[in-house]
Design a protein around this ligand. Structure first.
Ligand code: SAM
Length: 196
């Protein structure tokens, strides 16, 4: 299949599909962290290039429920929320038969702007072999919900809260956002096996 992995600098999902014989390319405004087929630029330039499947990880800074209180403290965020929601909707509406758009739990203002289109499922890294908790929503078109591959919930619950929410407690730094947003390999492999 021709697979577009939109908004991916890490190459994690792209390389999981390539390893299974697919013609996959990542796209991000940033360069790819790992060498491989990559379009550095705006994904809206290439949405109509005849893809079979798109997996997209659009920015969540202004859409996610965990940041909703900032909207009331910094009024400049409302315009950024509108831009973020319109970009998300553009990906949802892309003319590609199979699609998965990924984002954390959204707040009600973002949901209203994207047209109250409910996510298809909510997954966590612990369903795919990583002892960490991070609710991740998937909006799916033409795809079956992702099935868990290696449930380590009980192992995770033996860990301290700080360890199982490691990403939440990462120290500040220029690469903190990258570390927090990189797709888990177990989830990428499940996508490539089940959707490829
Ligand atoms: C939340 S991060 C997703 C990271 C991804 N999970 C990974 O493993 O690489 C969102 C990414 O979207 C990219 N992005 C934002 N606007 C974009 C656009 N118009 N076209 C392509 N990428 C874009 C950002 O540069 C950022 O790397």
């Amino acid at each position: 299949m021709r697979v577009l992995v939109a908004c991916e600098y890490s190459g994690v999902v792209r390389d999981a599909f390539i390893a299974r014989g697919h013609d996959a390319m990542s796209c991000d405004l940033l360069p790819t962290d790992v060498p491989g087929p990559h379009y550095q630029g705006d994904v809206t330039d290439i949405l109509e290039d005849g893809w079979d499947l798109m997996i997209a990880h659009p920015p969540c800074t202004y859409l996610s429920n965990s940041g909703v209180s900032w909207l009331h403290r910094d009024l400049s965020r409302w315009d950024k929320l509108k831009d973020g929601a319109s970009f998300f909707k553009r990906l949802l509406d892309a003319p590609i038969p199979l699609k998965a758009i990924e984002n954390p739990i959204m707040h009600k203002y973002a949901k209203e702007l994207i047209g109250n289109i409910k996510q298809t499922q909510v997954i966590h890294p612990w369903m795919f072999g990583h002892p960490e908790s991070k609710a991740t929503c998937l909006w799916l078109t033409g795809l079956m919900p992702l099935r868990e591959t290696h449930n380590v919930y009980h192992e995770m619950m033996q860990l301290s809260k700080a360890k199982r929410q490691r990403l939440h407690w990462l120290p500040p730094g220029p690469d903190r956002w990258k570390e927090r947003s990189r797709t888990f390999t177990g989830i990428a492999e499940a996508m490539a096996i089940q959707w490829g």
